[in-house]
Design a protein around this ligand. Structure first.
Ligand code: GLT
Ligand code: MN
Ligand code: MN
Length: 392
């Protein structure tokens, strides 16, 4: 009998996709669509066909076009709801499109125009209602056009304050309407604007501390976006976990120094992907794992299905590799040698008291002995390579 495939996902894995991701029609700035547009219900059915998917997320206008009539909106919602029912998919996350409509040409919460800023808040309030209708519990904010193309156009201090004003307003609205959302902020360094405000997740960590309800707001870091900024996504996610702010995560892939490619998770940076999986597993991240990516423009429907299956399969394979890493005696004994503890020093330097400070000042360190301790990182790194490549 053939062995069952260990890498087949189930809804317990909490993998999610967006209406805009598997529904992507393959348009880019240089060419039109290569795939037909699917209705929201058709995207849900496609995900049902993929199999093992937990949920589907949407922007307000992925579901309901911005200029839809009440009657049209009602019909779309009904069809979408029916598709959710027949596939068993959930809607764990919702968000607002504050970037496609021309009215947002100079930003939304940070537009120079008070009317646009107020409209952006109103649009978000309505979209929060829509998300809540389908049970969403995480609300993402990606400031698509919050930024500048010329530094002459905007006061960055004012923009940060406007953004804060909008978030404070919406946090209160969340409480008032008892939606129970957790807000997750998503950073990106550039594109579509030349410079986006809050370019990396670290910017948002600082911003959150200044809000009226910091406990309600966390991060939705995206693999591609931090990679565009030239930083390690694994370290970014580590900092989010340390701050207890990893409210959601956008998984995909990216070649550094490119436009936002939103490539299939695991398709470029195997090592970052491996250590990311290790981090989320070791620290027990239990939220949705959202694939914010799309198939190559050259893919047809069948290949889009392969893309979605592949995204999840890669994660499942990495889970397996992480278990292997964590059980590998040689790797673990190397790690145990590398990470050193010292009970006496832990006591006097772990927590400030006047006595500990004095004891630390009096302590005499042997710099040479400390320097001479071996750190066999070359050996460790090669073991990781062997493991990822499957020869270990
Ligand atoms: C858009 C963007 C993504 C965001 C989505 C949420 S929209 O596709 O490129 O990174 O996560 O607004
Ligand atoms: Mn992206
Ligand atoms: Mn994203």
């Amino acid at each position: 009998m053939a062995r069952p495939d260990r890498f087949v996902p189930t809804p317990k894995d909490k993998f999610t996709f967006g209406l805009w991701t598997v529904g992507n029609i393959g348009r880019d700035p240089f060419g039109g669509p290569t795939r037909p547009a699917l209705s929201p219900a058709e995207v849900v059915d496609l995900l049902g066909e993929v199999g093992g998917v937990y949920g589907v997320n949407f922007h307000d206008n992925d579901l309901i076009p911005i200029d839809a009539s009440e009657a049209q909106a009602g019909r779309i919602k009904q069809e979408f709801q029916a598709a959710l029912k027949r596939t068993g998919l959930k809607v764990p996350m919702a968000t607002t499109n504050l970037f496609s409509d021309p009215v947002f040409k100079d930003g939304a919460f940070t537009s120079n125009d008070r009317a646009v800023r107020a409209y952006a808040i109103q649009k978000t309030m309505k979209a929060m209602e829509l998300g809540a209708e389908f049970g969403a519990k995480v609300y993402v904010f990606w400031g698509g056009r919050e930024g500048t193309d010329t530094l002459a156009s905007k006061d960055p201090v004012q923009a940060a304050l406007w953004f804060r004003q909008a978030m404070d307003f919406l946090c209160e609205y969340n409480l008032d309407r008892k939606f129970g959302y957790k807000f997750a902020l998503e950073a990106k360094p550039n594109e579509p604007r030349g410079n986006l405000f809050f370019p990396v997740s670290g910017s948002y960590l600082g911003f959150i501390a200044g809000l009226k309800h910091p406990e309600m707001v966390g991060l939705n870091p995206e693999f591609a976006h931090e990679t565009m900024a030239g930083i390690s996504f694994v370290q970014v996610v580590g900092e989010a976990l340390a701050a207890k702010k990893l409210f959601h995560i956008d998984l995909n892939d990216q070649e550094p120094g490119r436009f936002d490619q939103d490539l299939r998770f695991g398709s470029v940076n195997y090592k970052q992907a491996f250590f990311l999986a290790k981090l989320l597993i070791d620290y027990g991240y239990s939220g949705p794992k959202h694939f914010d990516s799309h198939a190559y423009r050259s893919s047809d429907r069948a290949d889009v299905i392969e893309f979605a299956r592949g995204s999840m399969r890669s994660w499942k394979i990495l889970e397996d590799k992480v278990a292997q890493f964590n059980a590998d005696k040689e790797i673990q004994s190397l790690l145990a040698r590398i990470v050193r503890e010292d009970a006496a020093l832990a006591r006097i330097s772990g927590k400030f008291t006047k006595g500990n400070a004095q004891a630390l000042l009096n302590y005499s360190f042997d710099r040479q002995a400390m320097t001479d301790r071996p750190l066999p990182y070359e050996k460790l790194d090669q073991l990781v390579f062997d493991l990822i490549m499957g020869v270990r």
